[in-house]
Design a protein around this ligand. Structure first.
Ligand SMILES: [Zn+2]
Length: 86
């Protein structure tokens, strides 16, 4: 049975999250959020170029598990057999 486990922001903050992106405002600086205070929705980071403050608003990932085992490989298609004509 397939199991899907969702991890929201609260749960992900304890998972050593690191995010890198260009500043959404000026696009002129690459910013990195990887320290706990930078990932804190009340703290965030400041763009060193345009001085905007960017905070992590939401984050979620889903973990998919197929019965606790790796999914079986797809069966190769069998050649079609024509009924014999007698
Ligand atoms: Zn900026």
């Amino acid at each position: 049975m397939t199991r899907i486990d969702k991890y929201g922001l609260d749960r992900m903050l304890r998972k050593d999250v690191a995010i890198s992106f260009r500043c959404p405002h000026c696009e002129g600086a690459r910013l990195e959020m990887n320290r706990p205070e930078q990932l804190d929705p009340l703290e965030g980071i400041q763009c060193f170029k345009c001085k905007s403050v960017i905070v992590l608003d939401s984050l979620s990932v889903a973990v998919i598990q197929e019965g606790g085992r790796r999914p079986a490989p797809k069966p190769s298609p069998r050649p079609k057999v024509r009924p014999s004509e007698g």
